[in-house]
Design a protein around this ligand. Structure first.
Ligand SMILES: N[C@@H]1[C@@H](O)[C@H](O)[C@@H](COP(=O)(O)O)O[C@@H]1O
Length: 241
């Protein structure tokens, strides 16, 4: 079930998302947050850091699981999601390092890492999973055609996704070709989903997610079967609804 909140712009979307996130953080004794990368959550993460700094909201009992990670880059690489999360969120909060979970993309045994990651999540129930959405409707790195039954797994990144993410690298050739991602079945297990999307280039994906058929052609359409999804979109991303 979707609760759709339409706002004017990116900053308002970040503020609305922050309200939802903060409520989760303060209302659970041990909040379990599923986190995302991409440019969309940066505004939200800045607000979480600012709130921690000025209001002292504590994250010391927070446990986090990130959606995905590139395969093949060393952790310290400036474009890993490990680096992204530390720079954009974790460095400004007081989450104990041992509570932070991100798939290890430079593991010697990536298939075993996927199993281990899924197992680690079984111990906890994710209270809220934050999601962005790809222009082709992907969530995490679950590209169109991914089975809705998937757990954490290895994916070959589509050319469109590599191109979309190439802006962060020196050239398209440097964008990894594979990633580890939570599967769609993993995402569906979280108690609540918070999906944020802004800009006209997300309008088709938002339409497909909410109004399109439930189909593997649009991975986000699986969320039509989730009991509790909050969608925060600006007018541009909502323009085709
Ligand atoms: N794996 C991430 C997704 O989790 C993210 O939702 C998507 C959209 O990114 P952006 O928010 O930059 O548009 O990009 C990447 O592919």
């Amino acid at each position: 079930m979707f609760k759709i909140i339409v706002v004017e712009n990116y900053d308002e979307a970040s503020s609305e998302a922050f309200k939802v996130m903060k409520e989760e953080v303060v209302s659970h004794e041990k909040p379990v947050l599923g986190l995302a990368t991409g440019s969309t959550p940066i505004g939200l993460y800045k607000k979480m850091q600012a709130d921690h700094k000025s209001n002292g909201t504590s994250y010391k009992n927070v446990i986090t699981f990130n959606l995905d990670e590139y395969i093949g880059l060393p952790k310290s690489h400036e474009q890993t999601y490990y680096t992204f999360m530390h720079e954009n969120l974790f460095d400004g909060l007081n989450i104990p390092e041992e509570n932070i979970h991100i798939p290890v993309g430079d593991s010697d045994n990536v298939p075993a890492e996927c199993v281990k990651y899924e197992e680690a999540m079984k111990e906890y129930n994710i209270d809220i999973q934050l999601l962005g959405i790809g222009g082709n409707g992907h969530i995490g790195f679950n590209e169109p055609g991914t089975s809705f039954d998937t757990l954490t797994h290895i994916v070959d990144l589509q050319e469109k996704t590599r191109l979309d993410n190439a802006r962060f690298f020196d050239s398209i050739d440097e964008v990894p070709t594979q990633a580890i991602t939570m599967g769609i079945a993993t995402i569906m297990k979280s108690k609540k989903v918070l999906l944020v999307a802004t800009g006209e280039n997300k309008a088709d994906a938002i339409y497909g997610m909410i109004k399109g058929p439930i189909s593997e052609d649009c991975p986000a359409s699986a969320l039509q079967n989730h009991p509790n999804v909050i969608v925060i979109v600006d007018k541009a991303a909502a323009s085709k609804l």
